[in-house]
Design a protein around this ligand. Structure first.
Ligand code: UDP
Ligand code: MG
Length: 320
């Protein structure tokens, strides 16, 4: 059997401190897998520069000059982690048989790649890397992240628990995945939708080797929000049922008010009225907010703007 070509896809944003440390590790991994006769020597490490403001792109270009196993593409500006991974995967899919996406900071154990490739050779088309322990994450990060997975599951979004964006995807699956055109990207929720045989491998998550996280709470919350609203319409449905429930309550309230009036028991009920008005006002504002969030998403989807724009490559493109 022909040995598969592997592309390791690595998004990089302001990573000049870690890249010199981790690039060698990725290259070694390719060499090891080639030596173990599992993948072809045409396998590559593909860096995606996500509009970094530091020397990241220069480092990538240097690496590409020194060793043919290194390739790089650059996004025309910073578009976020998800778009960077997508750009890399779409770029790689025509050139290889399997891709593995991984962060460039060395937090995810690269030795899990052996198990991923084995699973592929056994017939799996998608292999999820799952964190077995989160000891090195702060309690806060662990707590928020795990709570978020549970919330997603409750909202009916199919996700693999404790799986981030470390995964193997075959190019066969990527060709189908390319038809998922949404601009609101939440890759880890979208990949399971494509189907095909999949499995998980477990690994321990380490500390960042250098530099600092580019996922502050604000970006994490934004990703969480995108994850729910771009993959699930449950919140809108919940709004509908809550609205129905509140309508029934007000109906009872109206009957009560009319009956009380006929029985001559009505007093100057300012307090109860004020409460009801405030409550209804609040509920309506909240519901409009949820619906507005979806309309905003529809607006972005309808425009159908490109999800990524590649401005540079470390190699000459044959088509140009
Ligand atoms: N990243 C990116 N664009 C961004 C933010 C992050 O390409 O706008 C990359 C980053 O270089 C890293 C990966 O996404 O390879 C994960 O980021 P980070 O390690 O900062 O997040 P954390 O592991 O703390 O969640
Ligand atoms: Mg990280």
């Amino acid at each position: 059997m022909k040995k598969p070509i592997l592309y390791i896809v690595i998004p990089c944003y302001n990573e000049e401190e870690v890249l010199p440390l981790t690039s060698g590790m990725f290259l070694d991994k390719i060499h090891q897998l080639v030596a173990a006769d599992k993948i072809s020597d045409n396998s590559r490490v593909l860096f995606v520069n996500d509009g970094s403001k530091d020397k990241t792109w220069e480092i990538i270009c240097d690496l590409a000059k020194k060793d043919e196993h290194f390739l790089g593409i650059a996004q025309s500006r910073n578009r976020g982690h998800q778009a960077a991974v997508l750009a890399g995967l779409m770029e790689a899919k025509a050139k290889c048989d399997i891709t593995i996406s991984i962060d460039c900071d060395g937090q995810d154990d690269i030795h899990a790649m052996d198990k991923m490739v084995d699973a592929y050779l056994d017939g799996c088309e998608v292999v999820y890397g799952v964190r077995s322990k989160r000891n090195t994450d702060t309690f806060f990060k662990r707590f928020t992240a795990e709570g978020f997975y549970k919330l997603l599951a409750a909202m009916g979004v199919e996700v693999v628990f404790n799986h981030a964006d470390y995964r193997l995807i075959s190019s066969r699956v990527l060709k189908e995945f390319a038809n998922y055109k949404e601009v609101n990207l939440y890759l880890r929720g979208m990949v399971p939708l494509v189907g095909f045989k999949s499995t998980s491998v477990y690994y321990e998550r380490h500390e960042r080797l250098a530099g600092e996280s580019h996922y502050p709470l604000k970006k994490m919350l934004a990703l969480a929000f995108d994850g729910i609203t771009s993959l699930s319409v449950k919140p809108i449905r919940m709004v509908f049922f809550a609205g129905l429930f509140i309508m029934m309550l007000s109906f009872i309230g109206i009957i009560w008010a009319v009956v009380a009036a006929f029985m001559g028991k009505s007093v100057a009920g300012w307090a109860s009225l004020a409460c009801i008005v405030c409550f209804m006002g609040g509920v309506q504002a909240l519901f409009l907010g949820v619906i507005g969030e979806y309309i905003g998403k529809i607006y972005l989807e309808v425009k159908g703007r490109p999800r990524y724009i590649i401005s540079d490559r470390t190699w000459e493109d044959e088509d140009d």
